[in-house]
Design a protein. Structure first.
Length: 313
């Protein structure tokens, strides 16, 4: 039985992470870290006001870090050094240097360290990876992913997302990170990055849109366009090759279309469950992590270069 500590009881933790841990027969929600005991009351488990106190409990084996981005590196490294395995929400860090240190610490402590890029576990993304390797669209040359939504300054339960001190950036960090990671998963280590970030509609302290172009080996280019100023929601993903194209739009939907066929491959009802299941398998030595810290690091590598391309330190 893998005993989990969860730090951060926000929306994602309540809707997905806790149900995934509770739903896995090899996992136990061992305790929660929160300064507000009322948030923990419905779960009838141990409660600690600080991570320091929680990490002293020898019965805890793993930590799920579900706090705002600025705390990810600190809490992940602290947990790893305390001998715990760690699964951290995305994006893994505020910058590349933090991400690199997290990976190095996991290696030094010989602990399992994963990042919550759960789209790697989507059946249709795994199938797309197989089909690309089989040459179903010939040589892949261009992948285009968009995620457009509306996020203003008022009325959001996750208002910290527009605070650069807590979130690092705007849609580049929040919704582009998933799509950059999907590209890295499909095409490997990125080689070069260019990007444009700006505020076109909303003038909060983070960008309201970002367009990132990534170059991979063998001439593949990936374009990720994310916007928080569109009242038309988009979640598009298509991959073009020399002999055809593959359509995965919407990325969060079940449909996969490719030359000569189509498949209906819905994700799990709880998007976090396959990721929790994979993490437990990795701790038990049964399988590698789908989204390890070492592989997820490259999303932070891309993000940092996108920011530098726009003169943001």
């Amino acid at each position: 039985m893998l005993n989990w500590i969860l730090i951060g009881i926000g929306d994602i933790a309540k809707r997905r992470v806790i149900p995934a841990i509770v739903g896995d027969s090899r996992s136990c929600l061992y305790g929660l870290v929160t300064r507000d005991p009322a948030k923990a009351a419905p779960y009838h488990t141990r409660v600690w006001p600080t991570l320091d106190e929680a990490l002293t409990d020898p019965g805890a084996h793993a930590v799920y870090v579900a706090t705002p981005v600025f705390l990810h590196a600190l809490q992940t490294i602290q947990s790893l050094r305390a001998g715990k395995h760690v699964l951290c929400e995305k994006p893994m860090a505020m910058n590349e240097a933090e991400a690199r240190l997290m990976v190095q610490t996991a290696e030094q402590c010989d602990r399992i360290f994963g990042v919550a890029y759960y789209r790697r576990a989507y059946p249709k993304v795994l199938r797309a990876k197989e089909l690309l390797s089989a040459g179903v669209i010939g040589k892949p040359v261009l992948a285009e992913l968009t995620c457009h939504e509306w996020r203003d300054e008022a009325g959001s339960q996750r208002s910290w997302l527009i605070d650069p001190a807590q979130a690092g950036g705007g849609p580049l960090y929040d919704i582009a990170s998933h799509r950059i990671d999907a590209l890295n998963f499909l095409f490997g280590q990125p080689l070069r990055v260019s990007a444009h970030l700006s505020n076109v509609v909303h003038h909060y302290p983070v960008e309201d849109n970002a367009t990132v172009m990534i170059e991979y080996a063998d001439g593949v280019r990936g374009i990720v366009d994310v916007r928080w100023h569109s009242k038309v929601k988009r979640d598009e993903c298509r991959i073009r090759g020399t002999e055809g194209e593959m359509e995965l739009s919407p990325l969060n939907g079940p449909e996969l279309i490719y030359p000569g066929g189509s498949e209906n491959l819905p994700p799990h009802a709880n998007l976090h469950y396959p990721m929790i299941e994979n993490f437990v398998d990795a701790v038990l030595g049964k399988t590698p992590l789908l989204a390890s810290g070492a592989s997820s690091y490259w999303t932070d590598w891309v993000t940092e270069r996108a920011r530098r391309h726009n003169g943001i330190a």
